[in-house]
Design a protein. Structure first.
Length: 299
């Protein structure tokens, strides 16, 4: 998992409803989020282990129907295999999980892909295959895709200013059309600076600099955020360490098929040394059972 993917996942985890309203303009009228589908025992195709997959659990308000499980993926660059990867993941999710204990109960399935670069003409994640003969046969998946390179930075900022979009979306602005223009940068600084929560304001700046690397003018953003009130040296490092802790505990659960025991959780959560966490992660990945994992952690 790269920094772009990890930052996106944390942004969504921090404010899921803000992203759902951005993805689905009529979301509040038709659905509500009831939680997350815990998919820790399956891995998204192409990844060696589960590392924080995001699967929304959504209830439709009217008419009453089975809950939806909607997988959310981020792409730094369009992946020609994304259709197949999503198909495999959703199929496994349908087979392995159910919303309640009732016999035959199954989630309705959907998928969202947010493309950090590329356009709709690049490599669509949706595909549909229909047999040309008289016998009906086919296979398909319609994915909700958003391409940040097709979003207009100025319009997004005004939607944030009006309250239609949450400020949580601000870090993505550099990747949008006109995302590095001086007027856009000035407006961004104005809107982000209105955030009263000091930690959240710092988060906007540190997250933005991650995505600005792929913008039209990374240096313009770096200059604009010089002196920005970011507690990066302390808060950001702690945040990244917590992300590595989460990944390590998820890996342990995947290896053992059960939640990590309390003493294992305690030692992992007590460690904020990212180098040590990486060392443990590599050792756990090579472990075959719970005994090997405890030995890798020095227990």
């Amino acid at each position: 998992m790269n920094d772009f993917d990890m930052t996106c996942r944390r942004m969504v985890k921090d404010a899921p409803e803000a992203f759902l309203r951005w993805l689905f303009p009529d979301f509040d009228a038709i659905a509500r989020q009831t939680g997350w589908v815990d998919t820790r025992r399956i891995a998204f195709p192409g990844r060696p282990d589960q590392t924080g997959d995001l699967v929304f659990e959504l209830d439709i308000l009217d008419p009453i129907q089975s809950p939806w499980a909607v997988a959310l993926e981020f792409q730094l660059e369009p992946d020609p295999r994304m259709f197949g990867r999503l198909l495999m993941f959703l199929g496994t999710l349908s087979y392995e999980f159910q919303p309640d204990p009732e016999r035959g109960s199954r989630y309705q399935l959907g998928a969202v892909v947010i493309n950090l670069t590329g356009t709709a003409r690049s490599l669509p994640a949706s595909a549909r295959f229909v047999w040309p003969g008289q016998t009906p046969m086919g296979c398909g998946l319609t994915v909700c895709e958003r391409h940040l390179a097709e979003e207009r930075a100025e319009e997004t900022l005004e939607a944030v200013a009006s309250g239609r979009y949450d400020r949580t979306l601000l870090p993505w602005v550099p990747l949008m059309i006109g995302g590095s223009e001086p007027a856009v940068i000035a407006r961004w600084v104005e809107l982000a600076g209105q955030e009263a929560d000091v930690r959240r304001r710092a988060e906007f700046g540190s997250d933005l600099l991650v995505f600005a690397e792929k913008s039209a003018d990374p240096d313009a953003w770096k200059r604009a955020l010089e002196g920005w009130a970011m507690v990066k040296s302390q808060w950001l490092e702690q945040n990244r360490a917590e992300g590595q802790q989460d990944s390590l505990l998820a890996l342990i659960s995947a290896r053992t098929g059960a939640e990590a025991p309390a003493d294992v959780v305690q030692i992992v959560r007590a460690c904020h040394d990212r180098t040590q966490l990486v060392t443990w992660t590599l050792a756990v990945a090579d472990s075959k059972d719970a005994t090997g994992i405890r030995k890798a952690l020095g227990l």
